[in-house]
Ligand binder design. Structure first.
Ligand SMILES: C[S@@+](CC[C@H](N)C(=O)[O-])C[C@H]1O[C@@H](n2cnc3c(N)ncnc32)[C@H](O)[C@@H]1O
Length: 324
């Protein structure tokens, strides 16, 4: 496809992505739309997986390495490719891309075979087997299939891990919050929530600030879609273990920067183990110039390790703890 053709196709598609779920599915039936999707959304979605993996503890990442990876609603194989590349996993690891749209699966096979020949990669239009040792991943697909279907898939496959990266909109958060409650009966949360207790937020999402290859930056200008600031709802769960969950506070909103401080809204556990939203103040005098700059450009969804210095009305002034 020529660049103007890709631009027209992406504009059509993105208009559909912003309307209600029932209207978005026809783009997967057209070769040209699928190619345009792969040209634009695949490279700009993969950094979201990098973001999410970077928030997970080392032992979890280690535990991921040999597990089968099921990419549910894989599209052109966006996150299968991303996972293979970012985790640097061997060709022996089983990867299964599931999508109701055959054209998407054909595109996924072409890309995976092109970039990673010899991968143990299979594509299927439906997957309804139990695979308890697997990682079940959803990328912008719960948004299309709905949470009931997603929950059915989770119950049938019964994976060790469930992960998703979905749109960061407030409407969709409402659905995802319900799914979170449902799966916490059998799973522990690993990211982003501090613990398994109820979610206190009306809208919690993560925000990645990134940049792309020049050709993609150019495309995103031509289609008037900002892909440098990427909001998302990115979650990871693991089959319930005996130990209590305490993942630590996570930033959920940047509030303000003053001359002396940065203020964030964070989600953290209180002494009863409830998750709660609190505004914290991080004074700049405790930060080096480099750290201060990092805070200016920080993503939303970072884990923070701090101790509370004092409470000032509704705010907590905190002191960051350094990693040993
Ligand atoms: C927006 S695309 C996402 C593709 C890719 N995961 C990504 O993030 O770039 C959503 C995909 O979900 C697929 N899909 C929708 N409902 C599905 C279902 N019930 N089972 C499997 N795939 C489904 C669509 O065919 C489409 O390819």
């Amino acid at each position: 496809m020529t660049e103007p053709e890709i631009v027209t196709a992406i504009k059509n598609m993105s208009a559909k992505f912003t309307v209600k779920r029932d209207h978005i599915t026809d783009y997967v039936l057209d070769h040209r739309q699928v190619s345009a999707y792969a040209a634009f959304y695949l490279p700009t979605n993969i950094p979201k997986l990098h973001f999410l993996l970077s928030k997970l503890p080392e032992d979890i990442l280690e535990d991921f390495k040999n597990r089968p990876f099921i990419d549910m609603g894989a599209g052109p194989g966006t996150f299968s490719l991303g996972y293979k590349m970012l985790m640097n996993i061997g060709n022996h690891v089983e990867m299964i891309a599931v999508d109701t749209a055959q054209i998407m699966l054909d595109q996924a096979t072409k890309l995976m075979n092109g970039f990673f020949p010899g991968s143990k990669f299979q594509t299927v239009r439906k997957y309804s087997e139990k695979k308890s040792n697997s990682i079940l991943f959803f990328g912008h697909s719960i948004n299309e299939m709905g949470i009931d279907k997603a929950q059915d898939q989770i119950m049938t496959i019964d994976p060790e891990y469930v992960m998703w990266i979905e749109p960061g909109t407030s409407e969709f958060f409402h659905d995802i919050k319900k799914l979170r409650t449902q799966i916490l009966e059998s799973y522990d949360v690993i990211y982003p929530c501090p613990g398994n207790a109820g979610c206190p937020s009306d809208w919690c999402h993560q925000v990645l600030r990134t940049s792309h290859d020049q050709s993609i930056e150019r495309l995103s200008q031509m289609v008037s879609l900002d892909r440098k600031i990427l909001p998302m709802v990115a979650h990871v769960y693991r089959k319930k273990q005996k130990a209590a969950v305490d993942n630590g506070p996570v930033t959920i909103r940047f509030m303000t920067e003053t001359k002396f401080s940065f203020e964030y809204e964070v989600c953290m556990q209180n002494e009863n183990g409830d998750n709660r939203n609190v505004v914290i103040e991080i004074q700049k005098k405790q930060l080096s110039k480099i750290d201060s700059k990092a805070f200016k450009n920080a993503d939303v969804g970072e884990r923070l390790n701090f101790e509370i210095e004092k409470q000032i009305q509704e705010k907590l002034r905190v002191k960051l703890k350094r990693e040993e």
